[in-house]
Structure formats: structure tokens, C-alpha cells
Design a protein around this ligand. Structure first.
Ligand SMILES: [Zn+2]
Length: 95
């Protein structure tokens, strides 16, 4: 039985803060090229990395290459930034 009130936390790969997992965006790697992709459902198998739903965290993570390191990925997909921006826009619309 799951304990009520238990909130899983993860580290943001951008700012490094501990944030409730449900408020984070999950990333994972895909394909032979080991490219970083957005995991919209948060349910893909394998190694994951997390970012706050914030563009500054995204930029920090790219600059520090922390997303690549955490995922042991070779590169990010060319569309990753656009995908992330779209996700932020959609998340904003829901509230
Ligand atoms: Zn962050």
C-alpha cells in the first residue's frame, strides 16, 4: 500500500535543485545515436534525467552538458529545444 503524502523528488539537471518529480520534465535517450529526447509521458524505460519546466534550466543543462552526462547520451536531437518550448507553452495553457 502506498503511503499517503509521499512525494518523490528528483534533481533538476539545470539548476540542481530537488523538485517534486511531477513538476519536472523527464528526458531520456533514444536510438543508436543515443540522442536526448523529451519523455512527455514520463514513462519510457531506461535512464532518465529531469529538468524544471523552465527555459533557464534547459539552457543551463545544455551549457553544462549535464543532460548529456546524466543520460550518457551522445547528443540532443535538433528538435529538442523546440519540443521543450512547446511543452512549456502547453503546460502554461492548462492552468
Ligand atoms: Zn531547475
Amino acid at each position: 500500500m502506498a503511503r499517503r503524502g509521499h512525494v518523490p523528488f528528483r534533481l533538476c539537471a539545470g539548476c540542481g535543485r530537488r523538485v517534486a518529480k511531477r513538476e519536472l520534465v523527464r528526458f531520456t535517450v533514444q536510438g543508436d545515436g543515443r540522442e536526448v529526447v523529451l519523455d512527455r509521458e514520463g514513462a519510457r524505460a531506461g535512464r532518465g534525467a529531469y529538468l524544471c519546466a523552465s527555459f533557464s534550466c534547459f539552457e543551463q543543462a545544455l551549457k553544462k552538458k549535464s543532460l548529456l552526462r546524466r543520460l550518457r547520451a551522445a547528443a540532443v536531437t535538433p528538435d529538442l529545444k523546440e519540443d521543450f518550448m512547446r511543452l512549456l507553452e502547453n503546460a502554461g495553457k492548462k492552468e
